[in-house]
Design a binder for this molecule. Structure first.
Ligand code: FES
Length: 148
């Protein structure tokens, strides 16, 4: 390795192991608290910034508490070309929050994400684990009302 090449912060095997740990914690805790990140860094011999970097890179991981219902709107090009911007605006209008925020009652968090594998139903979004596709702004209130 030349001096100009940088060693990756986390190599591929470490990254896979780390991702599994982070996904497990995200599932159990709902997000990745600072203390968890610090403890994980210590136990794996990595820096906190390495763990934090991985935690913030993947849109399905969160370093802050999320609402009961997490809405993730696809921001990738195929959905964009099918007017995902209008869906984003409709969600903002209905919930009164912007991407990256949670409603004050903790009922909804609103996130943007990369492709969720539902391009044939663009524009698409996830509500927790459920895919909603072929969205139009007028469908949004109904989808949100169905969230308990
Ligand atoms: S690009 Fe939006 S679901 Fe694939």
């Amino acid at each position: 390795m030349s001096e100009n090449e940088k060693k990756p912060l986390v190599d591929e095997r470490e990254r896979e192991k780390l991702l599994a740990i982070l996904e497990d914690a995200q599932g159990k805790l709902g997000y990745l608290p600072e203390g968890f990140i610090a403890n994980t860094a210590h136990s794996l011999g990595l820096s906190i910034s390495e763990i934090y970097g991985v935690s913030t890179f993947y849109s399905f991981l969160s370093t802050r508490p999320l609402g009961k219902n997490v809405i993730r709107i696809c921001k990738s090009v195929p959905c964009y070309l099918k007017n995902s911007r209008m869906i984003i605006e409709s969600i903002q209008k209905e919930l009164g929050i912007t991407p990256g925020e949670t409603t004050p009652d903790g009922r909804f968090s609103f996130e943007l994400t990369n492709c969720i594998g539902a391009c044939d139903k663009a524009p698409a979004m996830l509500v927790n684990d459920d895919v909603h596709g072929t969205l139009t702004p007028d469908k949004i209130p109904e989808v949100l009302r169905a969230c308990v």
